[in-house]
Design a binder for this molecule. Structure first.
Ligand SMILES: [Ca+2]
Length: 424
């Protein structure tokens, strides 16, 4: 315990220094940014306000495509723009009839039928508070969707009266009637930042509830009585499974499955073992893929390979704390986002590959990408390849479609759905 307290002390001391430096950095942001020939100066922040103005730069326009790329194992790739004009798309769900539903973080669901994006948003979506990285988040179909038509959403909403300040994080379930969502109602309401959901093989819901990425609030990830910085496990009606690891323990939220997370922006169930893998965005460095086990502590913010955005290490030395090491980590960060295991037939040599999105590498804008990570038969990493980087788009999610192609969402004001398929 002593060394945990010491680490907390180091954390709080470094934050006094950090706060002073934030003030300095904010003042310097008033400087005029230079312009590149033929392009307009930035009109909005592209992310962290501590990034110096001379490298704050929005992503360029995507263009119409298709785009050709080369890749190891599968030599030629074709990347097609399936749809454009989406506002910060977060997640997509593939319906059995070929329709695709896409969440936009400001609070809409869009529908893509026979390759055409319907200009009208889907009716029945709950009112969303979209601030920071919050808003309408994930969309996932129930494993028995063909029979029950259940659709699950995570989103941020106004907190209940008397609840702590800040938006609440909710898991809602609705019924898809072919054109709209009906009977959408919350089945769990907690707190936390960005959120993903995934169904386990036994029909339970894993739900991430990210914690504050900076500041003293980061310690909420270690508080077992707070949902922030946790992965939760729920039944498909939102109730608590009796075999959750902390059920019945005083001072623990019973929905919690694992603790010590920062921003968990991707969840996927392993196609062979059924275990849960999660991508976790660190600060400057320390992005991770973790294998999520019941009751385990993943360290944040007491253990991290990252640095705060202004330079100091998050932790100077690992505390005396039992914690789980990541399977994959990135220093510097690629600002890791969505996660998928490739199991399709379009790219047979990509079996046992994991794909993750990246928004921005090494805190430099216009470096978004998809990373392909190759594993051996023991699921140990053997190769990583960066894809789609030349498009200079922020990549929010990577999904495998029912056709075996990979579908990619770009997190932009004018966001797009891209499809990766074998090239000619
Ligand atoms: Ca960790």
């Amino acid at each position: 315990m002593t060394s945990i307290r010491a680490s907390v002390l180091i954390l709080s001391m470094s934050w006094r220094v950090a706060l002073a430096m934030i003030v300095v950095a904010t003042v310097t942001l008033t400087a005029q940014a230079p312009t590149l020939a033929g392009e307009k100066p930035p009109t909005m922040s592209v992310g962290n306000p501590l990034i110096p103005p001379e490298i704050q730069w929005p992503s360029p326009a995507l263009g119409d495509g298709p785009f050709n790329f080369l890749s190891a194992e599968h030599w030629k790739l074709k990347v097609t723009v399936v749809a454009k004009g989406l506002s910060h798309p977060w997640a997509m769900a593939f319906l059995p009839d070929g329709t695709i539903l896409v969440t936009e973080r400001p609070g809409r669901i869009r529908v893509l039928r026979k390759g055409a994006l319907d200009p009208a948003p889907v009716a029945g979506v709950p009112k969303v508070i979209a601030r920071g990285l919050g808003g309408l988040m994930d969309i996932v179909l129930h494993p028995q969707f063909a029979g029950n038509h259940f659709v699950y959403l995570t989103y941020h909403k106004a907190p209940a009266e008397g609840a702590p300040s800040g938006p609440a994080l909710a898991l809602a379930r609705g019924t898809w009637d072919g054109t709209a969502l009906r009977d959408v109602h919350d089945i769990f309401v907690g707190n936390g930042d960005a959120s993903r959901i995934a169904f386990s093989r036994d029909g339970l819901i894993f739900m991430s509830s990210s914690g504050p990425g900076v500041g003293p609030g980061a310690m909420r990830a270690q508080d077992p009585n707070n949902y922030a910085g946790k992965i939760l496990r729920l039944r498909d009606d939102g109730s608590v499974p009796s075999d959750n690891p902390f059920v019945g323990r005083t001072g623990y939220k019973p929905e919690i499955f694992s603790i010590g997370h920062r921003s968990v922006l991707g969840l996927a169930v392993h196609p062979e073992s059924g275990e849960l893998w999660a991508t976790e965005m660190g600060p400057n460095g320390g992005d991770e893929i973790n294998l999520i086990l019941p009751g385990k502590n993943y360290g944040w913010p007491l253990v991290s390979a990252g640095r705060w955005y202004i330079g100091p290490r998050v932790t100077e030395r690992p505390p005396d704390l039992p914690f789980e090491e990541p399977i994959v980590s990135w220093v510097p960060s690629i600002s890791v986002s969505g996660l998928t295991f490739y199991t399709g037939d379009k790219f047979p040599k990509w079996k046992r590959n994991v794909f993750v999105g990246g928004l921005r590498e090494g805190e430099v804008p216009r470096t978004g990408q998809v990373q392909r990570i190759v594993f051996n038969d023991k699921w140990e990493e053997i190769r990583r390849e960066s894809l789609l980087r030349d498009l200079h788009q922020r990549i929010r999610a990577v999904h495998q479609g029912p056709d075996g192609c990979l579908y990619v969402l770009t997190d932009e004001d004018e966001g797009a759905i891209l499809r990766i398929e074998p090239g000619e």
